[in-house]
Design a protein around this ligand. Structure first.
Ligand SMILES: Cc1cc2nc3c(=O)[nH]c(=O)nc-3n(C[C@H](O)[C@H](O)[C@H](O)COP(=O)(O)OP(=O)(O)OC[C@H]3O[C@@H](n4cnc5c(N)ncnc54)[C@H](O)[C@@H]3O)c2cc1C
Length: 344
């Protein structure tokens, strides 16, 4: 039988420190990247894949490694942005899973297209964007995704998922649930609007546009969002982090009202008549933990939802910190907060 080991350039004992945003000093037993489906098929057919567990890596911005990875890390580097359809009101564009998400947003606004401008500066790849249905500043990627192309690892063939089949939810999709680790997203098709959507009501977008003396447009909204994010969030190139460490918990609106009596300043938004999403950052901040630091693991000074690695924290240091935070939040509010990041 043909041994593909050398054909797909698998590297042994590969340092992952520079390839994920938490900057934890861990290594992978094997590492390989692919730029096409042909290369991906080579990897899937290789002995190394057959003999090891494996994990698909995009930009590494939603991960926490707690130890060396004893298997094969497969890094998606499929590129390309290609317009498939262009009509009066919108375009359909197909984008390689390895394309940097923010670069795609910048491409979209440079074409005066609308839909994803509020998601500017989110780190990571286009291929990972459907996994947890990335969202920020009043927008979610699910509203722009038409179809997702994914490689079925077991059947070794491509499957196309319609938007509905992706079962998108808050920071969730079928790829994070039933189909977790079963498919590799190779490309994503987006519908982008030629008519500006101008979603400016969330957060401080309107104030930022006013300060910049700019009127709403896809490009200007992306600029405003970028400014706000740069002020609020730590840059992973400077301080290791994985963005929001915890999901915002969703509780019964009746329970939220009870909490509001005890904590009048608690921040929450109704997601339906019955349910309210609470700002986990507020819960952590109000528990006195913003800026808390133990060794090199800490809670960020400006954004309590973000846990940071000040330099030499290990993954287990970050996990111990996250458990302490979960315990304090549960004791104080009776709410169990859950990690948003994937923990390995
Ligand atoms: C500073 C900072 C700010 C952030 N802000 C936001 C925000 O505002 N909103 C938000 O939603 N998220 C945010 N995040 C989280 C993160 O950027 C997103 O979740 C992003 O989509 C992760 O992309 P990635 O390519 O880095 O995925 P990775 O971290 O590499 O992987 C994440 C998960 O997706 C899987 N995966 C990755 N690529 C593929 C693929 N092609 N096929 C199948 N599975 C795959 C991985 O196996 C893993 O389980 C932030 C992160 C940071 C560090």
């Amino acid at each position: 039988m043909l041994n593909h080991y050398n054909m797909c350039n698998i590297i042994n004992n590969f340092s992952l420190k520079e390839i994920h945003t938490f900057g934890i000093n861990v290594r992978a037993k094997h590492f390989v990247s692919f730029e096409s489906i042909i290369e991906l098929k080579e990897i899937i057919n290789s002995n190394v894949f057959f003999n090891n567990k494996s994990f698909i890596l995009g930009g590494g911005s939603n991960l926490l490694f707690t130890k060396d990875y004893d298997g094969l890390i497969i890094h998606n580097k499929i590129t390309g942005i290609c317009i498939l359809e262009d009509n009066n009101s919108n375009i359909i564009v197909e984008v390689g899973g390895g394309v940097n998400w923010h670069e795609f947003v910048m491409w979209s606004v440079s074409q005066k297209l609308s839909g994803i401008e509020n998601l500017a500066l989110i780190p990571g790849t286009v291929g990972a964007s459907p996994i947890q249905n990335i969202g920020a500043y009043g927008a979610e990627v699910k509203d722009s995704i038409k179809r997702v192309y994914a490689f079925d690892i077991k059947k070794k063939k491509l499957k196309i998922f319609t938007n509905k089949e992706c079962k998108f939810g808050y920071r969730d999709s079928i790829f994070k649930a039933n189909l977790k680790n079963k498919f590799i997203i190779t490309k994503v098709e987006f519908t982008l609007s030629k008519i500006p959507l101008n979603k400016t009501t969330y957060g401080a977008i309107q104030e930022e546009l006013k300060d910049l003396n700019l009127s709403p447009s896809p490009n200007n909204i992306a600029r405003a969002v970028m400014n706000i994010r740069i002020r609020k969030l730590p840059n992973p190139d400077e301080i290791g982090n994985g963005g929001s460490f915890f999901k915002n918990p969703i509780i019964k609106t009746s329970d939220f009202k009870k909490l509001q009596k005890r904590f009048p300043k608690i921040v929450g938004h109704k997601t339906s008549e019955e349910e309210t999403k609470i700002a986990a950052g507020w819960l952590i901040d109000n528990a006195g933990l913003k800026g808390y630091r133990k060794g090199d693991a800490g809670v960020h000074n400006n954004q309590a939802l973000v846990l940071v690695n000040y330099g030499n924290a290990s993954g287990t240091d970050i996990i111990s910190l996250s458990r302490m935070i979960q315990k304090k939040v549960l004791e104080k509010y009776g709410i169990q907060i859950e990690p948003e990041v994937t923990i390995l």
